[in-house]
Design a protein around this ligand. Structure first.
Ligand code: NAD
Length: 381
């Protein structure tokens, strides 16, 4: 099959869904690779690098979409892109199926198949295709770097001839994929790092990374936030109050707060409230990774950097992965390549879209003229 990757069309998006390295692997599966001219430039991959890896560089998006049997891209396709799909073509991309009824209907009407990368089930076998985790890992790392860039002091404590410098205190709220990456980065930079999550089972992991878990004054035997698949569930009002009380107690002491709290398919819980930000010292920084879902912090404005009257910088960028486009493209292209590997069981360049396979079924949101979203729950863990 011909696997084609167009240039991303959304302004400011620097990632690309195929790298020269992933193209080599795709060719080993028997596929032919095409890329739109200049598609990898913003991520640091030149047309010449693709050509050297055996990829055909196609001059225009129109011919790329026409020639390819499978289109792989990063961002949810625009209407104009969706209209380029035709019967029996397969699209592999982030697709936001829960909020993209129009896209699903267009795919159905065109008879095209759509694999939504955010729908890859979080089961062990599918980890290599888990693009949400790849991007969250990068976002967690980059959140700490962004915080450092906006913070006027060192992370690590130092004793210098010119004076003693205290270490920064960093709190990470939510220890999922992004949170754990942020914890690792913050600890490695030498900050005193604290973390909180509603799932008590992550405390050990947090502590093994060199951070301190923030425990609540609450009988956690009666409630924890664990749900299935490593995701959190909704908390009781009492639990939330205990959490907010603990945050109020420690807010003034924190120099940097990185919030990553997410409950799937719900708006982000508000956890770092106005009075907590106001209690922080001038020059402190809040990075809200949940800005896309409404934000964990009262002051967050999506895609903006706000400085509060009390001098605290609050950042709500939603494009941290794109801000590290080379790394993000490398991991995303590998996720796509693994998906295509499962779709090509005989390594003969023939796509077998096996709807009995949990992972392929879970991620397929449109298939042969039907909308197949939402999927049935996965059978295997
Ligand atoms: P995840 O599901 O792996 O982790 C979320 C964590 O939040 C879970 O561990 C959960 O238990 C915890 N949580 C839920 N409610 C909580 C609460 N009340 N208090 C404390 N913890 C709570 O998700 P993830 O993949 O790590 O993503 C985290 C966030 O980062 C998401 O909002 C995601 O959209 C966002 N993200 C942002 C960017 C960006 O560029 N801004 C990029 C990637 C991901």
């Amino acid at each position: 099959m011909k696997i084609g990757v167009p240039k991303e069309t959304i302004a400011g998006e620097s990632r690309v869904a195929m790298t020269p390295e992933s193209a080599v692997q795709l060719q080993k599966l028997g596929h032919e690779c095409l890329i739109e001219k200049g598609a990898g430039m913003a991520a640091g991959f030149a047309d010449d690098d693709y050509e050297a890896a055996g990829v055909t560089v196609v001059k225009t998006a129109a011919s790329l979409w026409k020639e390819a049997d499978v289109i792989a891209k990063v961002r949810v396709p625009t209407d104009a892109e969706m209209k380029r799909l035709t019967k029996d073509k397969t699209l592999i991309s982030f697709f936001n199926p829960g909020g993209n009824a129009e896209g699903l209907e267009l795919a159905r009407d065109k008879g095209a198949n759509v694999i939504a990368m955010e729908m890859v089930p979080r089961i062990s076998r599918a980890q290599k295709m888990d693009a949400l985790s790849s991007m969250a890992n990068i976002a967690g790392y980059r959140a700490v770097i962004e915080a450092g860039n906006n913070f006027g002091r060192f992370f690590t404590g130092q004793v210098t001839a010119a004076g003693k410098v205290p270490p920064a205190k960093v709190l990470i709220v939510g220890a999922g994929v992004a949170g754990l990456a942020a914890i690792g980065t913050s600890v490695s930079l030498g900050a005193i790092t604290y973390a909180f999550d509603v799932r008590p089972e992550v405390a050990e992991q947090v502590e093994s990374m060199g951070a301190e878990f923030v425990y609540l004054d609450f009988d956690e035997d009666t409630e924890d936030g664990s749900a299935t698949g490593g995701y959190a569930s909704v908390q009781s009002e009492e639990f939330r109050e205990a959490q907010l009380a603990k945050f109020r107690e420690i807010a003034a002491d924190m120099d940097i707060v990185i919030t990553t709290a997410l409950i799937p398919n719900r708006p982000a819980p508000k956890l770092w409230l106005k009075d907590m930000v106001d209690a922080m010292k001038p020059g402190s920084v809040v990075i809200d990774l949940a800005a896309e879902q409404g934000g964990n912090c009262d002051y967050t404005e999506k895609d903006e950097k706000v400085v509060t009257p009390g001098g605290v910088t609050v950042i709500g960028y939603t494009d941290f992965a794109s801000r590290m486009a080379t790394q993000a493209s490398t991991l995303y292209a590998n996720n796509v390549r693994h998906m295509l590997s499962d779709l090509t069981p005989e390594k003969d360049g023939q796509i077998v879209h096996d709807m009995d396979d949990d992972v392929i079924r879970g991620a397929t949101v449109a298939y042969q003229g039907e909308i197949t979203f939402p999927p049935p729950p996965p059978k295997v863990k």
